[in-house]
Design a protein around this ligand. Sequence first.
Ligand code: FA5
Length: 360
Amino acid sequence: MRDIGKLKEEAIRALRGAADAEALEGVRVKYLGRKGELTGLLRALKDLPVAERKRIGPAANVLRRELESLVDSKKAELGGNEGNRVHLDVTKPGEKLRRGHLHPLTRIDKDIRDIFRSMNFSVVEGPEVETAYYNFDALNIPPDHPARDMWDTLWLQSNQKNSKFEIRNSKFLNKSQQLLLRTHTSPVQVRYMETHEPPFQIVVPGRVFRYEATDASHEINFYQLEGLMVGEDVSLANFKFVVEEFFRKLFGKGLEFRFRPGYFPFVEPGLEVDIKLTRDQRQTTNDSRQSSVVSRQSDWLEVMGAGMVHRNVFDAVHYNPDAVHGFAFGMGIDRLAMIKYKVPDIRLFYNGDLRFIRQF
Ligand code: FA5
């Protein structure tokens, strides 16, 4: 049997001299490995006479622990745990990082904001959870008015005790205070006018919700852009200029427009605006057999509702309807994106399919 004193001396010298992790591992295996020298010595103890075993056994175990801790500290000294070591190969060719990009709806939203800012409009936002008052009443749509059917509404109702909705939505409270997911961006007209004096011109981009069946041109969650310009001499002629200028900037020159009478309770007169699709746009949109908006017999596409702000709306915000005039409009941003990016089905924007998103 090897002399334990010599073994210790030799092992410690070898450990201290290990120049790198590989050498250290070699030394560890040589002494502490399964077939290592110290391991072998410990294994041979059982064949020794009792007196010898009692003398060498404890010393050998102490040495094993000492060597193990020396191995650990040497490992740390040489650069720590192998797993944490960073192998940096500066000659390796770089890996190209895949860059993300904006969703088409985000892109068109940015473009639209920029265009209106360039025309001196301010961009304003409002809450997605609204009261019936702002979504309907203040917009000249009283309770039980049939026009409420035009906006199939998602009402908010709480099942949870003590939630703030419970108190506000209680059936004992006025119906106007009932909460809902806004069905259009028009309530922000009222909110803005309550806190500002004319003249002003704003646009309000935002998310709106409707409880209706989805198809190629209808989603239950979509985006609108509201516009509102109020002042002493604001007329439909101003509206026509702003809207035509906006569409030219978004889609390019050479567009044809059509202004038709339309009904919205909060404007008088009310109108709807159509754009004549180019051959290119018609080509794409005709492919979508289900789309009621973009695949149509005619060349004209309805893009927004609009009109002169109704005097009852001015009354609701305590403006003098005889002293100020204004136009308002509301357009569906998703549908504009469908034309701009030639997307045949609105649901593609929301289904999270990367094959669709990566095309932009
Ligand atoms: C309104 O929501 C009015 N607030 C617009 C308005 C504002 C009129 C100011 C007058 C003055 P309408 O329900 O038509 O109107 O919706 C406006 C636009 O939103 C539509 O032209 C269409 O482009 C888009 N839209 C409506 N429903 C959906 C839907 N389910 N999915 C996607 N887009 C829709």
